[in-house]
Design a binder for this molecule. Structure first.
Ligand SMILES: [Zn+2]
Length: 282
């Protein structure tokens, strides 16, 4: 997960412009009537940082709800406000999904789902650039109370380790397992949200699958090092360099540096020989 800086958009003008661009006269009329409530919900959302517990959806009839939800179609590629979608998609750092940090951003997620909060269907602060996999997994989920998804625009992520990995199972075989763990520097509420986010998006499994590929690369590196006559100390140097450079580029809570941190810890422990044997035959 990582933070994004939302672009400063005139959401009030955007709502009006999108609503006025609608072809159906009835939709334009209904959207005009509901506009004050929509704008009030924008203010409430910003004040509550998208926290669902404090955001009561506005009460609207079925036709108005449909008109609000359909407003989002204007943001599709080729829609009247497709440029707005492109600008928000462009916010993702290096185009990586802020929910998983694994793959490229291709779509927009409604942090609070548009089916439950139709008034937020085109509100920029509620639109998060994400990958398709996270979008599918999240769908209409919101969470309850403190169990919620990380909000990339509002949550301040700490410079402390929250994601951890283990690389060896009890029998000394390589088996990478990721987990979220407590840290003194992380506020309890944020840790709770992080755990929920991690579990609901199935990140333990996808990170473990990525890590197996990385371990295969490391196993090859170890073989190349030993062919060149390097002692097993060569592994330690390689792992330390990987760890330091990855932490600098990707931070403490990306699956890759976390994997190397775990390997580094094992290499300095009584299980060192188990690991060296396992990686040599991987
Ligand atoms: Zn993702």
């Amino acid at each position: 997960m990582f933070e994004l800086s939302a672009i400063e958009l005139d959401d009030e003008a955007n709502f009006r412009s999108i609503s006025n661009s609608r072809r159906a006269k009835l939709d334009r009329h209904l959207l005009h009537l509901v506009e004050p409530s929509v704008l009030a919900s924008y203010t409430a959302y910003s004040k509550s940082a998208g926290y669902a517990k404090k955001m009561e959806p506005i009460e609207v009839d079925e036709e108005t709800k449909k008109a609000l939800v359909r407003n989002y179609n204007s943001l599709d590629t080729g829609g009247s406000h497709g440029d707005l979608r492109s600008r928000i998609l462009g916010l993702a750092r290096n185009s990586r999904c802020p929910y998983c940090r694994r793959v490229d951003v291709v779509t927009l997620d409604h942090y609070l789902p548009k089916n439950s909060w139709p008034e937020l269907s085109v509100f920029s602060r509620n639109l998060i650039p994400v990958c398709m996999e996270c979008n599918w997994k999240k769908l209409n989920k919101v969470g309850i109370g403190l169990d919620r998804f990380i909000h990339p625009y509002f949550d301040s992520l700490p410079a402390a380790s929250v994601l951890f990995a283990d690389v060896l199972d009890a029998k000394g075989r390589i088996a990478v397992a990721y987990r979220i763990d407590a840290s003194e520097q992380v506020p309890e509420e944020l840790l709770r949200a992080w755990s929920f986010h991690f579990a609901e998006l199935g990140l333990a499994d996808v990170y473990a699958a990525d890590a197996v590929e990385e371990v295969a690369v490391l196993a090859e590196t170890v073989r190349i090092l030993s062919e060149g006559g390097a002692s097993s100390v060569g592994i330690d140097e390689h792992v330390e360099i990987q760890l330091r450079s990855l932490e600098r580029v990707q931070g403490l809570n990306h699956w890759k540096p976390v994997l190397y941190k775990s390997i580094s810890t094992v290499l300095q422990s009584s299980r060192r020989d188990d690991f060296v044997e396992a990686i040599t035959s991987f």
